[in-house]
Design a protein around this ligand. Structure first.
Ligand code: MN3
Length: 200
């Protein structure tokens, strides 16, 4: 069973009011994400060790293996983008009370959480991701990963939110201004309801 591009959980025009235009979603979902899925399926087809494995299994088994780097990059990016689409909403930016309480406990304040996330996102040199994760110690933390890597591979915790900081994610809407994209993402696009629901 080949991997498939999941449909967006909203219309391509849905996030325009929040600062992510239809063309960005058209290209990012329809071209970039699709390309990762197509490449991953190509590797699975010609690699016995990958056949029948779940996406999560492929991400974990290819992580840190030099000869599997292209497999990891594409599997990781497929996993990351599935989360990314869910991590945004047309009603984004609203933080449920229970999550606000937990963010305040673990970061000091919502503002300090956002500052930490923004720092992670803007100091990731080149392409990569910033994450809000729930660590195995039960604490929320912010991490960043390069390229297609993610907290599932590194074992840093359960990813609750992931923000793509590769230029294709923001260049049409924010040009070269990654800090503005990230601030806007946290304030207007991030789906904190989804993040909280994943905490279980
Ligand atoms: Mn991307």
């Amino acid at each position: 069973m080949a991997f498939e591009l999941p449909a967006l959980p909203y219309a391509k025009t849905a996030l325009a009011g929040g600062g992510m235009c239809e063309e960005t979603l058209e290209l990012h979902h329809g071209k970039h994400h699709q390309a990762y899925v197509t490449a991953l399926n190509g590797f699975v087809e010609k690699t016995d060790a990958l056949k029948g494995k779940t996406l999560e299994e492929i991400v974990k088994l290819s992580y840190g293996q030099a000869d599997m780097a292209p497999v990891f990059n594409n599997a990781g990016q497929h996993w990351n983008h599935i989360l990314f689409w869910q991590a945004m909403s047309a009603q984004g930016g609203k933080i449920p009370g229970a999550l606000e309480k937990k963010l305040t406990e673990d970061f000091g304040s919502v503002q300090q959480f956002k500052d930490a996330f923004k720092t992670a996102a803007t100091t990731q040199f080149g392409s990569g991701w910033a994450w809000l994760v729930l660590g195995s110690d039960g604490k929320l933390k912010v991490t960043k990963t390069p390229n297609g890597s993610n907290p599932l591979a590194t074992g840093e915790g359960k990813a609750l939110l992931g923000c793509d900081v590769w230029e294709h994610s923001y260049y049409l809407d924010f040009r070269n201004r990654r800090p503005d994209y990230v601030q806007n993402w946290l304030d207007k696009l991030a789906n904190y309801e989804f993040a909280h629901a994943q905490m279980g």
